[in-house]
Design a protein around this ligand. Sequence first.
Ligand SMILES: Cc1ncc(COP(=O)(O)O)c(C=O)c1O
Length: 364
Amino acid sequence: MILLASNENPLGMPDSARRAAAEALAGAGNYPDSNGTALKNALAARLDVPADWLTLGSGSSEILELAAQVSLKPGEGVVYSQYGFIVYAQAAAHAHAHATVVPSRNFGHDLDAMRAAIGEDTKLVFVANPNNPTGTFIDATPLAAFLQSVPAHVTVLLDEAYTEYLSPAQRYDSIEWVRRLPNLIVARTFSKAFGLAGLRIGYGVSQPALTSRMNAQRPRFNVTTPAQAAAVAALGDADFLARTYELNTAGRDQLAAGFKELGLEYVPSSGNFLMVRVGDAQAVHARCWPPASRFRCSAPTACPNGCASASACRSRTARCWPRCADRGWALLLRSVRPVRSVPWPPRAPARCSARHSGAWAWSA
Ligand SMILES: Cc1ncc(COP(=O)(O)O)c(C=O)c1O
């Protein structure tokens, strides 16, 4: 059974991080360092910010939740884009806030419409770059202009869970924006390119006033000792990150070329997944429903306007993951190794478990 539901790194965790986590287990009879000092120091050096600009979370999901907790009172407003990451809606609900979901433009953020949606009661805005599940990317210039235009009383959470997959031409310095904007939190994770999803560790970068409010809300021992140690090791493992980047870029290009050849429409992706129109996604899902051994599919969120997404990748076997249930789109993660040929529709039986319908499976 291969889980394909969360865009993890198909290389798994780096050996360096595995060793560090195993060593750290020896001390796991004690509570973790609640400040995460070693990791914060490593991040501070890497990002060139003081350590008190950092908040560690049990995954960056916790950073998103903390941002909502410190920014929103019941009834206040939060703004995010259609096809936003599921946790934005959950964090809004946990804070009893009112969510304004701004229609996307070409599956990406419509920043003008999002700016217009910010009202008197708005206290938080989520922006994901790249976006999950659509893979769309906002260039640095319009993004910086948007951030600058948001009123100071509104917190902006810039979610950069997939930032390591950006091409050199796309990369931008969001930490510099944090230096200028006291209302900005940049959230990043060790779950994706760093390969530590199961250890649950991510971080937020923001100026000290906002950071201290986040840390005050944070459960004291929210990040385990092995997770902290593994993150320090992964952060220093440039080879692993380079390998991850190269593999992803090649696989993503390969899938895009395959879809082109097959005449399937897809949304160009800047992440480690790709969304493709498969026609009747419900039917495709039905085809991968009968039990077999190589796939597990799930579709946890419903997209309101006809989009289903699945991610597929493969190392020794294939992975696939349909994420948004709807009619016609599937999101496919890139393959890890060159795919010789792409059977379509999938021939091999696949095993799927779907929480919603409309999923899609990929077959080697
Ligand atoms: C856009 C986005 N943000 C944040 C996350 C949170 O990841 P984690 O909590 O594992 O750091 C994810 C995970 O899928 C994501 O896709």
